[in-house]
Design a protein around this ligand. Structure first.
Ligand SMILES: *[C@@H]1O[C@H](CO)[C@@H](O)[C@H](O)[C@H]1NC(C)=O
Ligand SMILES: *[C@@H]1O[C@H](CO)[C@@H](O)[C@H](O)[C@H]1NC(C)=O
Ligand SMILES: *[C@@H]1O[C@H](CO)[C@@H](O)[C@H](O)[C@H]1NC(C)=O
Ligand SMILES: *[C@@H]1O[C@H](CO)[C@@H](O)[C@H](O)[C@H]1NC(C)=O
Ligand SMILES: *[C@@H]1O[C@H](CO)[C@@H](O)[C@H](O)[C@H]1NC(C)=O
Length: 613
C-alpha cells in the first residue's frame, strides 16, 4: 500500500474538521437558551423555539446501537432527546465511578449533538424511571435511618459528592457552552413523594447552579394535579407537567399555569405506552389515541417530550418495582414508537406523520378592526414575518410580506373582514400558537396605527391534504383546512392547488428514469408527485429552475398524479380555468442567472396537462 496516498487522504479529511470545530468554538458565546415569559415560549439564540423531544435512556440501549436509535429519532422529526442519568449505574460503590463504555454518558450526549439533536437532561439524583431504587444507590441504605430525597445530612452529603462528579462533566455540554443540553431537570416528580421538603429542593437548586452556572435553565416535572405541584414546584425552577394521551389536555396545562402563569407550556412526559409488571398483561397504548393527543398538544404550541420514544431493556439486575410490591420485567419496550430492539413500528410512522405537520405552512387569521376602504398599510415594523406571508382579505389577495425585505403592504377591506396571512417557513421550524400569541410572527403586526390582535392560528397539513386527494378530483374544496386556498374561480392569484396526471408507457425496460421537473411561467410553490413532496420551486427567483424527480416515485402501472401548490401566480391566464403545464427535462438547471427574463432551456421529455382544482 502506498502510505503517502493514505496520508494525503487523511490530511484532506482533517482540514475541514478542524475548521468546523474552530467555527463551533467561536460561535459558542452567542448561544443562549431562555424563557420568553411575555410570549409564552422558549427562545433559542433569541429566536422562538419549541421542542418535540423523545426519551431514550442510554443505559437501556447497548452503546453499539446508540447512533442507530438516535438517527431513527431524528428521522421521526424530533429536534431533541431526553434522558435520565441513573446515579447507581455510575457509582455502584461509594466513590467508584463508571463513565466509560456503556456508561459513557458524555459520549452519548456528544453523539446526539453530532446528529443535530438537542438534549434535555434529567440527572435526578432521584429519577424513578422504573429503574432499581429509582436510580439511588442501594449503598445509601447502609445508614438504616436515612431519609432519602430529603434534607437528611447524610443523604445530602452523598448527593453533593455525586453531583460534584457528574455536573462538571455536563457543564461543557450545555447549550450556552457550545453543547446540546438546553434544559436540566432537578429531582423528578418530587411532588408525589411524601417528604415535601423545600429545603431539599433548594439545596439541589443551589448545587445545580454552583456546578452548571447561573444561566442554566432548570426545571421540575410533576404529575398534572395541583397537589403534586404543591410540593414539586419551587420558585426559580421552571415547573412543567407530565400526562398521557388519556388526559384532558386543557385541564392538564391549566395545572401548569397555576405554577407558571406565563412561559412555555411543557409536557415533559407524554406517555406513548406504559410500563409492565411481571404477571400482568403487557401494557399497550393505541396508536390512534397517542397520535391524536400528540396532535392536540402540538396544535396548542406546547413543547413535548414523548416518554418513551424507545424504551429499551433493563439488562442485568437493573429493573425496578412498584408498591404494593410488583417487580418490572426485563423488557422496557413500553409499546414505544421504536421497539425494544429498535424496530420501526406502526406507531413510529403515525407519530412521524403528526410531527411532520408542524413544519411548513401556518395560517394566521384575524378580522380587520377598522374600515380600510383607502389603502391602509399592514406592517411588520420589526421584520417579524418568518419568512414570507401571503396576505388576503376576505379571500382577495393583497400581496406578499417578506422577512427583512417587504415589511409593509397596503391592504383594503371592510371592518370585520377576514384577514389571512399564510406564513411560509422557508427553512426553519415554525409553529402554531394559542390565540393572541405570535409564534411564527416574531413581532406584532400593525394596521395603520393599530396593533392587530386575536389571531387564530392553524397549521396546514399540506402533505396530508395532497395524499388524501390523490384518489379523486372531487371535493378538494370541501376539505377541512383549505380555507386560505379557497378562491373565486376567476382569481388565480391566491395560493391554490393544481392537479394533473401523466402516464409512463409500461413494457419499456428503461422506464421510468430519474428526471427533472421545471415550471415555465410558474412563480413559487411546492410540488408533489404521487404524494411524494419533491420540495419548493421558485423559478421567479432562481437560480434553481428544475427539481430532481427520483425514478422510484414514478409508476408505469397507472397514471402518475402531480399536485402543485402555487403560492403566488400560476401561468394560467386570469380569465377562468385553463390548462397550465409543467415540463419534465433530462438535465437539471440549478445555475440560472438571476436577471429577470431568464428563459430556461427547453428539453421536454413529456408534457403534463394541469387542471385547475
Ligand atoms: C377538560 O377540562 C376543561 C378545563 O378544565 C373543561 O372545561 C372541559 O369540560 C374538560 N373536558 C372534558 C371532556 O372533560
Ligand atoms: C400605500 O398607500 C399610500 C396612500 O395611497 C401610499 O402613499 C403609499 O406609498 C402606499 N404604500 C405602499 C407600500 O404601497
Ligand atoms: C404586542 O402587542 C400587545 C398588545 O396588543 C402588547 O401587549 C405587546 O407588548 C406587544 N409586543 C411587543 C413585542 O411589542
Ligand atoms: C388525468 O387528467 C385528465 C385531464 O388532463 C383527466 O381528464 C383524467 O380524468 C385524469 N385521469 C386520472 C386517472 O386522474
Ligand atoms: C449552467 O451549467 C451548465 C452545465 O454545467 C452550463 O452548460 C451552463 O452554461 C450554465 N449556465 C449558466 C447560466 O451559468
Amino acid at each position: 500500500m502506498d502510505l503517502r496516498g493514505v496520508v494525503r487522504i487523511l490530511s484532506l479529511l482533517l482540514v475541514p474538521l478542524l475548521l468546523a470545530s474552530a467555527r463551533g468554538l467561536s460561535k459558542a458565546s452567542q448561544r443562549t437558551f431562555k424563557i420568553d415569559y411575555s410570549h409564552n415560549r422558549f427562545l433559542k439564540d433569541g429566536r422562538p423555539f419549541r421542542y418535540i423531544s423523545g426519551s431514550i435512556h442510554y443505559f437501556r440501549v447497548p452503546r453499539f446501537y446508540w447512533k442507530d436509535r438516535l438517527l431513527k429519532m431524528k428521522m421521526a422529526g424530533l429536534n431533541a432527546i431526553q434522558s435520565y442519568v441513573p446515579w447507581n449505574f455510575h457509582e455502584p460503590q461509594p466513590g467508584q465511578y463508571q463513565f466509560s463504555g456503556e456508561h459513557d454518558v458524555e459520549y452519548f450526549i456528544k453523539l446526539a449533538h453530532e446528529l443535530g439533536l438537542l438534549v434535555i437532561l434529567r440527572p435526578g439524583p432521584y429519577i424513578c424511571a422504573e429503574w432499581d431504587m429509582g436510580g439511588l444507590p442501594a449503598w445509601l441504605l447502609l445508614k438504616e435511618s436515612i431519609i432519602l430525597r430529603s434534607s437528611d445530612p447524610d443523604y445530602l452529603a452523598a448527593v453533593d459528592k455525586w453531583l460534584g462528579v457528574l455536573l462538571p462533566k455536563m457543564k461543557p455540554l450545555l447549550y450556552q457552552n457550545g453543547g446540546p443540553i438546553i434544559t436540566v431537570q432537578v429531582e423528578n416528580e418530587y411532588g408525589s413523594y411524601f417528604s415535601c421538603d423545600y429545603d431539599h429542593l433548594r439545596f439541589l437548586q443551589k448545587l445545580f447552579h454552583y456546578h452548571l452556572g447561573n444561566d442554566v435553565l432548570l426545571f421540575t416535572t410533576d404529575g398534572a394535579h395541583e397537589m403534586f405541584l404543591k410540593c414539586g414546584a419551587l420558585q426559580g425552577l421552571y415547573a412543567t407537567v407530565d400526562f398521557g394521551p388519556g388526559a384532558n389536555i386543557t385541564a392538564a396545562f391549566e395545572i401548569q399555569r397555576k405554577s407558571e402563569p406565563r412561559g412555555p407550556l411543557v409536557n415533559s412526559e407524554f406517555y406513548t405506552g406504559w410500563l409492565d409488571h411481571w404477571g400482568q398483561p403487557h401494557s399497550t397504548a393505541k396508536t390512534e389515541v397517542v397520535a391524536s393527543a400528540l396532535h392536540e398538544i402540538l396544535s396548542r404550541g406546547a413543547n413535548v417530550n414523548l416518554y418513551m420514544f424507545i424504551g429499551g431493556t433493563n439488562f442485568a439486575y437493573w429493573n425496578g418495582a412498584n408498591m404494593p410490591y410488583q417487580a418490572q420485567p426485563t423488557s422496557y419496550d413500553y409499546d414505544a414508537p421504536l421497539s425494544e430492539a429498535g424496530d420501526l413500528t406502526e406507531k413510529y410512522f403515525a407519530l412521524r406523520d403528526v410531527i411532520r405537520k408542524y413544519f411548513g405552512f401556518v395560517l394566521y387569521r384575524t378580522t380587520l378592526p377598522q374600515d380600510c376602504s383607502d389603502p391602509t398599510p399592514l406592517s411588520s415594523p420589526l421584520s417579524g414575518v418568518h419568512d414570507r406571508a401571503y396576505v388576503a382579505v376576505d379571500g382577495v389577495p393583497q400581496g406578499v410580506l417578506e422577512r427583512s425585505d417587504v415589511i409593509t403592504l397596503n391592504i383594503t377591506g371592510k371592518a370585520g373582514a377576514t384577514l389571512d396571512l399564510l406564513v411560509e417557513n422557508m427553512g426553519r421550524v415554525n409553529y402554531g400558537r394559542y390565540i393572541n400569541d405570535f409564534k411564527g410572527l416574531i413581532s406584532n403586526l400593525t394596521l395603520g396605527s393599530n396593533i392587530l390582535t386575536d389571531w387564530m392560528i392553524f397549521p396546514l397539513d399540506t402533505d396530508n391534504a395532497v395524499r388524501k386527494h390523490l384518489g379523486g378530483w372531487d371535493g378538494y374544496n370541501n376539505g377541512r383546512h383549505d380555507k386560505p386556498l379557497d378562491h373565486s374561480s376567476s382569481n388565480y392569484k391566491l395560493p391554490a392547488f393544481y392537479m394533473g396526471n401523466f402516464s409512463i408507457p409500461s413494457g419499456i425496460p428503461d422506464l421510468p428514469q430519474d428526471t427533472f421537473i421545471q415550471f415555465p411561467g410558474w412563480t413559487k410553490g411546492q410540488v408533489w408527485i404521487n404524494g411524494f413532496n419533491l420540495g419548493r420551486y421558485w423559478p421567479a427567483r432562481g437560480p434553481q429552475m428544475t427539481l430532481f424527480v427520483p425514478r422510484h416515485i414514478l409508476v408505469t402501472s397507472a397514471p402518475n398524479t402531480i399536485m402543485v401548490l402555487e403560492l403566488e401566480h400560476a401561468p394560467c391566464g386570469d380569465n377562468g380555468p385553463e390548462l397550465c403545464a409543467v415540463e419534465f427535462v433530462d438535465r437539471p438547471v440549478i445555475n440560472a442567472t438571476l436577471t429577470s427574463g431568464h428563459s430556461p432551456p427547453h428539453l421536454p421529455d413529456q408534457q403534463s396537462g394541469m387542471d385547475y382544482v
